[in-house]
Design a protein around this ligand. Structure first.
Ligand code: AVW
Length: 287
């Protein structure tokens, strides 16, 4: 009798252990499936397509004049066609020609602001002031600013990691910025400004996108002047007579842009800061 009692209590324990094990396995299986579903959903919601579409919509909501002529879904699909399925080291700037055509926006004359090595200051200024506009303040630049993208031969996907470096080869990102910059320059009109960095030896660098792409695409038929805003700190010895700026002036006066008037003005860093912070100062007093 005693033996039978021990045997049945050990069978009972075995049963409990088996149930516990099945419970744990079921719980783990559910947890793993849930984790996969979550990762997949989050990836889908925060992929490059969603980022670009949401930026596009945000821009159009804030700029109703551009909204009736631009279709975000169509822009994304034309954008993708430039690089999807291609070798990430073989996407030329021309691949973005259809995208340039698909995005409709006219920057008002006298408002184009180019920049070189002044990214932060130029954008801090245009963020607070709407008298000047950079490429990154246009719909096209706004949608893709700061993003990384590429695809692979035969793939249908857009990758945001593992893409070639900026200088590595003819990559989808550099080609995009070259093509977008060329278009921004080709459509610039009136009095055009460029903010250059007076704290470096050569504010006008021939290898920069400003020199090698934008200057080459300026249209003398629509442009009246190029105004250099040379942002300089108190301790800088920089002036408009800097050798690189003389080269810029020569480049203008000796080629197809000879009818474009050149001006250069040293603007103290503190003055630009004041213009960013104090909206009472009219734009015309900033430079
Ligand atoms: P910049 P740019 N790796 O301040 O005149 C990654 O020299 O060239 O000014 N990104 C890079 C690299 C690199 N090696 N070099 C440049 N970039 C990207 C469009 C990066 O995003 C506007 F209309 C950096 O912030 C301006 O007038 C940006 O290029 C003109 O081009 C600017 O480099 C500024 O080009």
């Amino acid at each position: 009798m005693e033996y039978e009692g021990v045997a049945s209590s050990s069978r009972g324990k075995q049963k409990i252990n088996r149930c516990l094990l099945i419970g744990i396995i079921t719980f783990l299986a559910f947890a793993i499936i849930l984790a996969f579903v979550l990762v997949y959903t989050l990836k889908k919601e925060h992929g490059p397509r969603e980022t670009v579409l949401s930026r596009c919509q945000r821009y159009l909501d804030a700029n109703p004049s551009a909204s009736s002529v631009n279709d975000c879904e169509r822009i994304w699909s034309v954008f993708e066609q430039a690089y999807v399925g291609k070798d990430p080291c073989d996407v030329a700037p021309e691949a973005y020609d259809p995208l340039i055509k698909a995005v409709q926006q006219k920057v008002p004359c006298n408002e184009n602001l180019f920049w070189s090595k002044t990214n932060e200051m130029a954008h801090a200024l245009t963020k607070n002031r709407n008298c000047l506009m950079t490429l990154e303040d246009t719909l096209l630049g706004f949608m893709f600013n700061g993003l990384t993208w590429c695809s692979k031969n035969g793939s249908k996907e857009t990758f945001t990691t593992g893409c070639p470096g900026w200088m590595e080869c003819i990559n989808p990102m550099r080609s995009f910025w070259i093509r977008a910059s060329a278009n921004f320059a080709a459509t610039a009109c009136g009095n055009v400004s460029v903010m250059l960095n007076g704290s470096i030896n050569s504010p006008f660098n021939p290898d920069s996108i400003f020199a090698s792409v934008e200057m080459q695409n300026f249209n003398p038929a629509t442009m009246d002047s190029l105004r250099v805003l040379l942002v300089t700190k108190e301790t800088d010895m920089m002036t408009c007579s800097n050798k690189s700026l003389m080269d810029l002036q020569t480049l203008l006066s000796s080629g197809p842009l000879r009818a474009v008037t050149y001006t250069c003005r040293v603007i103290p860093h503190a003055k630009v800061k004041n213009c960013i912070d104090d909206l009472e100062i009219p734009c015309s007093d900033c430079w």
